[in-house]
Design a protein around this ligand. Structure first.
Ligand code: ATP
Ligand code: MG
Length: 256
């Protein structure tokens, strides 16, 4: 349904993405794991046309998009098919929760305000914020702001949503509420690609796991196989160290 094809990106002499290809099926929740600097954010930024790839393609439902070159018309079309949720929420401070969610509908889609608000209200209810519709971001917790960002990403009904460490700016307690919303979307069959350091989340919610290092995919498998029967020594080491770290820090606000 979605394919990253031979994505390459260098910054100066550093090959940050060497030649990344990845297939994602409809309804998959793909967790992208890997040490800091392995290229995870760069891969998502290239996929969102926030960073121009040196070469590579995205194919969505058979339609091909060149990650190095795109017309503004094609880009508008592409952007309506993919949603993004970032670490720092990126909400508009001068707009309410509802205003943030409906913006993409009223401006980009030119939808009638009333209709957009009806959709926005439903989405905010879906992420558990039915009682916070008129709140400004400054009056919302980090977890609530991130759930507004998720509702916003859902508004245009995209084919796939990309998340870059959606919980890394949050306390463990708030992490749980955001991960639960993502889990609920996974149960609803929404296709998602999630860069995360939350191993429990990857193990319990992801259907597939991709492990990246130095701009390459080292291992890719179903979540069950990835954690239960990792094929590469490097993957085993990464999993082991991550779980030791998590248990040492008693870091499990995940509630999942
Ligand atoms: N704009 C840039 N200019 C130069 N180098 C960059 C730029 N953006 C990223 N890099 C380099 O690319 C490499 C990969 O960075 P990236 O942010 O994709 O890693 P990451 O896997 O997301 O790491 P983390 O887990 O810490 O978020 C790093 O070595 C980084 O220094
Ligand atoms: Mg990153």
């Amino acid at each position: 349904m979605l394919e990253f094809k031979n994505v390459k990106k260098s910054f100066g002499d550093t090959d940050v993405l060497k030649d990344v290809s990845l297939n994602v099926n409809k309804g998959d929740v793909v967790a992208i794991l890997g040490p800091s600097g392995s290229g995870k954010t760069t891969l998502l930024r290239c996929a969102g046309y926030l960073t121009k790839a040196d070469s590579g393609k995205m194919i969505i439902e058979g339609e091909e998009y060149d990650l190095n070159k795109i017309s503004s018309k094609e880009l508008r079309k592409y952007r309506s098919r993919v949603g993004f949720v970032f670490q720092n929420f990126n909400l508009y401070g001068n707009k309410t929760a509802l205003g943030n969610v409906t913006l993409g509908l009223t401006v980009a889609r030119k939808m009638d305000k009333k209709k957009a608000e009806e959709i926005g209200r439903k989405l905010l209810e879906r992420v558990g914020l039915g009682d916070r519709i008129d709140f400004y971001p400054s009056k919302l917790s980090g977890g609530q702001q991130q759930r507004v960002a998720i509702a916003r990403a859902l508004a245009t009904n995209p084919d796939v949503i990309f998340f870059d460490e959606p919980t890394s700016a949050l306390d463990p307690e708030l992490t749980g509420e955001v991960l639960n919303v993502i889990k609920q979307l996974a149960d609803d069959g929404i296709t998602m690609i999630v860069v995360t350091h939350e191993m429990e989340f990857a193990r319990k919610v992801a259907t597939r796991v991709v492990f990246m290092e130095n701009g390459d995919i080292v291992e890719e498998n179903t979540s069950e196989e990835f954690f239960g029967n990792p094929q590469k020594e490097r993957t085993r080491e990464f999993i082991y160290k991550s779980f030791v770290w998590e248990s040492k820090n008693e870091h499990d606000g995940s509630g999942i």
